[in-house]
Ligand binder design. Structure first.
Ligand code: MSP
Length: 647
């Protein structure tokens, strides 16, 4: 949508749940937002970049209770962890909103009241299947299994039936306005494929939405009816308004609203592309410009999440390499919108080849020669010859293309294009062979021109890459004798020939050291081992013997074993637990083959809530030690019968 003031740019990340620990998936969303926000600032916009935390709801309530904490105590702790990660990743947000902040709670209550008075919110009775883990009612089309159960299509956990008095939002009234809106702004949701998804969902018809709960205490009370708390998604989405001063700071609010981009992962598209614009229409706000939906970072082919136990802690990389290699990799590897599989091998390959070799060496070589042959001062440079001119002109062309990609939010293309330029500069040096020219004292000015072209190119590269790698590009900026941060520059003023030849250039320091994969992984494992141990000890609460007795642990014999199709790690097992046969899914296929396991006896917890893992039901769990991320199962000898109690 058009804004009244063209010069502002408001970008948001989703607000993160505080029951999860921050991982590479969360880092990805925030890094994209940071890069776009820095780019827009360089492009001369008055930018507001908002992030924050989503702190209410059943998940947080439950997770806090499990840890023996009050919900707000858990939230305070986890907020600190998110803020630490953002600092380590050099994220330059302008505002951080917590949904437990008074300014947010009051804003949400105010809007709720407006919609209630208007009749877009009304009270009724709701009965439906509800997933506690996702805090969401299941879609209508989820079928019951043969035992009358339903499983959440997102997290695959078993859902329960909830019946309660509730306030509804009159979503059904917004089907047509939404479809008209999508038609008018076909780029509202990007990528396009996601827009199509949204349109076909809305075309199927919209039911009114239950937006309050009586079963959840940890939430914003409904104004005038505090037995009800406001559903966490209604609460959370409004952070985009309260985070820029809705109802408190009219000037800031009007300056930035509507948002230009809500950046989100594809899992929360419907909330942002259907519910959110409907809420906004109802309350009479202008609608945001773009919902940009990115894909997922997968580990071992499934989405990283704490409940799946496959999260990657970004600190492992950040502590050793600083923020830029990870920022670069996540943005370079996949186009926004597609999924990517994270591996340390892939990551380090890119760091070594693109950052250490292509870019790092270019800076290192050029600056070393300027220092060695000229003591850092190029002085008189010979006039440009044809190949010098080509390099300069190529920059002007690249600048145009790269800015176009930034404007199109195609950050992987920005990097692809920038690397073609970096390679051109490397080729220019290889063709002009300054190390040979240096041997002829008569060619001093020619030598100075070659190195000038390379240094001038490096300076421009630093500015264009700054939104993605701010830390290291500011170092380059300093090396080429500039002052302050690139963040204060304006792209419109960026020209190749702006580097004065009489500028003092510094001696280089290694920008991106090469990393040996084997050493890196070994070192990380050694460091991580004591850390993981310590964290676990710190987290484990004491339990009573009665609590321990609640676990039904038994010896089970494995009768059948086979791989779960399409996975590397999962085995489907049929086990005899003494009283019956059970099906389990176990993540041990990277260590044990099906043949290793058939006939073996081990310990199974049989009264664990069933779960569906990659579409296969698991009723119980085998116990194993975890060594270096791999399972080691303790087995019993043949004389121990299946069904024997373990205590
Ligand atoms: N609290 C809601 C958002 C409310 S916004 C009004 C939420 N929180 S979340 O912490 O679960 O997820 C936040 C963002 O992180 C989402 O955009 C989600 O897609 C993203 N990611 C979480 N795991 C991810 C990956 N493994 N890969 C990429 N991004 C993923 O949803």
């Amino acid at each position: 949508m058009e804004k009244t003031s063209k010069n502002t740019f408001y970008i948001t990340t989703p607000i993160y749940y505080v029951n999860d620990i921050p991982h590479i998936g969360h880092a990805y969303t925030t890094i994209i937002a940071d890069a776009l926000s820095r780019y827009k600032k360089l492009a001369g916009y008055d930018v507001f970049f908002l992030t924050g935390t989503d702190e209410h709801g059943q998940k947080v309530e439950k997770s806090a209770a499990e840890k023996g904490l009050k919900p707000i105590e858990l939230a305070d702790k986890v907020v600190g962890r998110f803020k630490n990660l953002w600092q380590a990743l050099n994220i330059s947000y302008d505002g951080f909103i917590r949904t437990t902040a008074t300014r947010h709670e009051q804003g949400v209550q105010k809007i709720f009241k407006i919609l209630l008075d208007k009749g877009d919110i009304y009270k009724g009775l709701y009965e439906g299947w509800y997933c506690v883990s996702c805090e969401n009612f299941l879609p209508e089309d989820v079928r019951e299994d043969d035992q009358g159960r339903k499983f959440c299509p997102d997290c695959e956990k078993e859902a329960g039936i909830v019946s309660e008095k509730t306030y509804f939002f009159r979503l059904s009234a917004y089907q047509k306005p939404l479809l008209d809106f999508y038609k008018k702004y076909p780029k509202f949701v990007r990528p396009k494929s996601r827009m199509n998804e949204v349109v076909s969902f809305v075309r199927q018809g919209l039911k009114d939405l239950s937006i309050t709960r009586t079963t959840v205490r940890w939430g914003i009370p409904v104004p005038g009816d505090p037995e009800h708390t406001i559903y966490v998604w209604f609460d959370a989405l409004h952070n985009y308004l309260t985070g820029i001063g809705y109802d408190l700071d009219k000037k800031t609010f009007e300056r930035y609203w509507p948002a230009d981009i809500h950046l989100i992962g594809k899992d929360i598209l419907r909330f942002h592309a259907v519910f959110w614009p409907a809420f906004l229409m109802a309350a009479g706000f202008p609608l945001p410009g773009t919902i940009l939906g990115h894909g997922w970072w997968l580990k071992d082919e499934s989405k990283m999440s704490k409940s799946r136990g496959n999260v990657l802690d970004p600190h492992v990389i950040l502590d050793t390499l600083g923020p830029d290699p990870l920022r670069y990799f996540l943005l370079r590897e996949i186009p926004i919108g597609l999924d990517g599989n994270f591996s340390h091998e892939g990551f380090l390959h890119r760091v070594n080849s693109d950052l250490a070799n292509d870019l790092g060496n270019l800076v290192q070589r050029t600056l070393t020669m300027i220092s060695k042959y000229f003591g850092g001062l190029l002085g008189d440079v010979a006039p440009e010859n044809e190949s010098d001119g080509h390099l300069r002109e190529e920059f002007e062309r690249k600048k145009k293309t790269v800015l176009g990609y930034y404007d199109d939010y195609a950050l992987n293309k920005v990097l692809e294009e920038m690397w073609t330029y970096i390679n051109s500069v490397n080729r220019y040096l290889a063709d002009n062979e300054p190390w040979k020219v240096a041997k002829d004292p008569e060619q001093k000015h020619r030598l100075s021109r070659i190195l000038y072209q390379s240094a001038a190119a490096i300076r421009t590269i630093a500015v264009l890459l700054y939104p993605i790698m701010p830390d290291s590009m500011n170092k380059v900026w300093d090396l080429v004798g500039e002052e302050g941060s690139i963040g204060e520059q304006r792209l419109a003023n960026l020209h190749f020939e702006d580097l004065p030849a009489d500028r003092s250039i510094k001696k280089p320091s290694a920008l991106f050291p090469r990393v040996d994969l084997k050493d890196f992984l070994e070192e990380k494992k050694a460091e991580a081992a004591p850390k993981i141990q310590a964290v676990k000890e710190d987290k484990m609460e004491q339990i009573t013997f009665d609590e321990f007795k609640k676990m039904d642990l038994r010896v089970a014999e494995i009768l059948k074993a086979e791989k779960v199709e399409g996975t590397d790690k999962l085995l489907k097992l049929e086990v005899d637990i003494g009283t019956e046969k059970r099906q389990l899914v176990a993540g041990v296929a990277d260590v044990y083959t099906p043949e290793d396991l058939v006939g073996k006896k081990l310990i199974v917890i049989v009264n664990l809530q069933p779960a569906v893992i990659r579409g296969v039901e698991s009723r119980g769990m085998l116990l194993a030690a975890e060594i270096d991320n791999k399972a080691v199962i303790p087995f019993f000898g043949p004389d121990v019968p299946a069904g024997a109690k373990v205590k």
